[in-house]
Design a binder for this molecule. Structure first.
Ligand code: G4P
Length: 527
């Protein structure tokens, strides 16, 4: 029997961040394949045919035309227990995606080598970098004609501000992709386009090894050797501390669709990626390996089963061990409760969890008891650090059509905000007062309308506003005073924090120039 320490330290909980179409579903599927969680690589892929990608297990949501979830997948590999937090991409991108990242201990950034750093990746990267978690990079689609590796790395540095350390380096690309060279293990993995997953691995003494002359065409080989020399001379040195602090990203090249370079990545990743990391609470840092069970709710998902109007609260276990039916203290309500039948998320479907450890994610049935950020603990009454809100990108004034329905409308707005579907603001210094809804992706408006109508019997008016940025404002009291009086589009959030809403960057920069002693925070953590 393994000990608590072994169980917890064998866990790796991470999220894959990328822009739609970079290959996240494909990469996830290959990782599951290595873990034996699916039988055949390719068996769950195929958005365009009838087969459903495993990570898109919210078929129910899909049938209803909305997909609002981030799923969790877990599998075992070489003695590690791996939890992948799958963040939604595409049009259902939402604040949920950001919050899911707070449950991860590291992230894998997936980049399409032809497209480089794209918008959604940049946003998700910012959240990871704010938390200082290690970030690994997989540069995908090397089987295509793509951009030069140095160019992509330079873009990562310019756009994201992160330096990279290539763990392996591609030899050629596209039609002339010969494989990758693992700089640490000093081996080449040869790409066979006719049978890509049949990888031939050859140990070599280094880039100058004559064996390479037999394997690689001269022009590609000489380019590869030049690049390796340049990397050794001008590249960043290998620095594990920087990797752990998220200041240097180990970079891997490959082709997810061909299942090439994925295992190389996985093995290095498991070596570097942190085991469950503790979290800050109002009573000090909570270490993961200890008898005390604790966790926090980072996401609430409603209506996973349309037959039951239940909600599921996703909890990241922060410390200790969960056992079925255990009793915990709900800190915010200061109430003892029994955790009945939590579910866990396996590759194929959900099942009842009997035990789970720090690092794992479990789903709790929620009759309306949980809010985003709630802390549950085996004993004691402490609260994990508050979960930040991030700037929405679309805003609308909301009101109920039928004034008679006001009460249920207010209740709905309240509950859906607690669930994290959207952010709720109140106009400041403006009469009549208005409720403003902020969302990251436009689909959330549709979800809001749909759910208020179906669950709270309230038809609503949504008046879309020409605003795209929210900033939480603090700073010099006198200047704040003037700002409160003169600035347009001010609001307060649910915690009564002052928020400035702007139409665009230009308008925001004008305010910054005008009020140099104010700080415009990108998220609700205002220090
Ligand atoms: P996503 O979840 O990040 O949105 O991306 P997904 O895995 O669905 O991949 C997007 C497209 O990119 C898919 O093609 C997929 O096959 C392709 N792809 C993923 N990895 C690689 C790779 O390493 N090389 C190449 N050449 N293509 C890759 P599609 O045509 O949109 O879909 P499908 O019909 O192939 O499923």
């Amino acid at each position: 029997m393994s000990t608590l320490h072994e169980e917890i330290t064998s866990r790796k909980t991470f999220a894959i961040i990328s822009h739609p179409d970079a290959g996240k579903t494909t990469l996830t599927e290959k990782l599951l394949y290595f873990g034996g969680a699916i039988r055949e690589a390719g068996s769950v892929k195929g958005k365009k045919n009838t087969k459903q990608a495993t990570s898109d297990w919210m078929e129910i949501e899909r049938q209803r035309g909305i997909s609002v979830t981030s799923s969790v997948l877990e599998f075992d590999y070489n003695g590690h227990h791996i939890n992948i937090l799958d963040t939604p991409g595409h049009e259902d991108f939402s604040e949920d995606t950001y919050r899911t990242l707070t449950a991860a201990d590291s992230a894998t950034m997936l980049i399409d080598a032809a497209k480089g750093v794209e918008a959604q990746t940049e946003k998700l990267f910012k959240v990871c970098s704010m938390r200082g978690i290690p970030i690994f990079t997989f540069i995908n689609k090397m089987d295509r004609e793509v951009r030069e590796p140095f160019e992509v790395m330079e873009e990562m540095e310019n756009v994201l501000g992160i330096r990279s350390y290539p763990m392996n380096w591609p030899i050629g690309m596209g039609q002339n992709f010969f494989g990758i060279y693992d700089r640490h293990a000093r081996k080449v993995e040869l790409f066979n386009p006719d049978n890509p997953s049949d990888v031939e691995v050859r140990q070599i003494s280094g880039p100058e090894d004559p064996l390479l002359d037999e394997l690689v065409e001269p022009s590609f080989l000489s380019q590869f050797r030049e690049e390796m020399e340049l990397l050794d001379v001008a590249g960043d040195p290998y620095d594990e501390d920087k990797i752990f602090r998220g200041e240097l990203t180990p970079v891997f090249f490959g082709s997810a669709v061909s299942n090439f370079g994925v295992q190389n990545f996985l093995e290095h990743f498991l070596y570097f990626a942190p085991s469950p990391v503790g979290r800050e609470s109002d009573q000090g840092f909570v270490e993961p390996v200890q008898d005390l069970f604790s966790g926090f709710i980072f996401k609430i998902q409603a209506n996973m089963n349309p037959k039951h109007r239940d909600r599921i609260a996703f909890m990241r276990i922060t410390s200790g061990k969960y056992t079925q039916g255990m009793t915990v203290n709900h800190s915010r309500l200061n109430k003892t409760m029994r955790l009945a039948q939590p579910t866990q998320f396996l590759a194929q479907d959900r099942s009842i969890v009997e035990e789970a450890y720090a690092g794992d994610i479990i789903g709790l049935f929620d009759p309306g008891t949980f809010r985003i950020g709630d802390t549950l603990a085996g004993k004691g009454n402490f609260q994990f650090a508050e979960m930040p809100h991030f700037s929405p990108e679309q805003f609308a004034a909301v009101s109920v059509k039928d004034a008679m329905k006001h009460k249920s409308f207010e209740k709905g707005i309240q509950q859906l905000t607690e669930e994290g579907l959207m952010q709720l603001f109140q106009t400041y210094n403006r009469y009549p007062e208005q409720q403003i809804i902020g969302v990251v992706g436009g689909l959330q408006f549709e979800v809001l309308e749909h759910r208020l109508k179906n669950e709270y019997n309230s038809d609503i008016h949504l008046e879309h506003l020409p605003l795209t940025i929210a900033r939480w404002v603090t700073g010099d009291e006198k200047e704040l005073d003037t700002f409160r009086k003169k600035q347009r589009n001010l609001a307060i959030d649910r915690d009564n924090k002052l928020v400035a809403l702007f139409e665009n960057e230009f308008q925001m920069n004008m305010a910054k120039d005008k009020y140099p002693n104010l700080v415009f925070h990108e998220n609700s953590f205002t220090g």
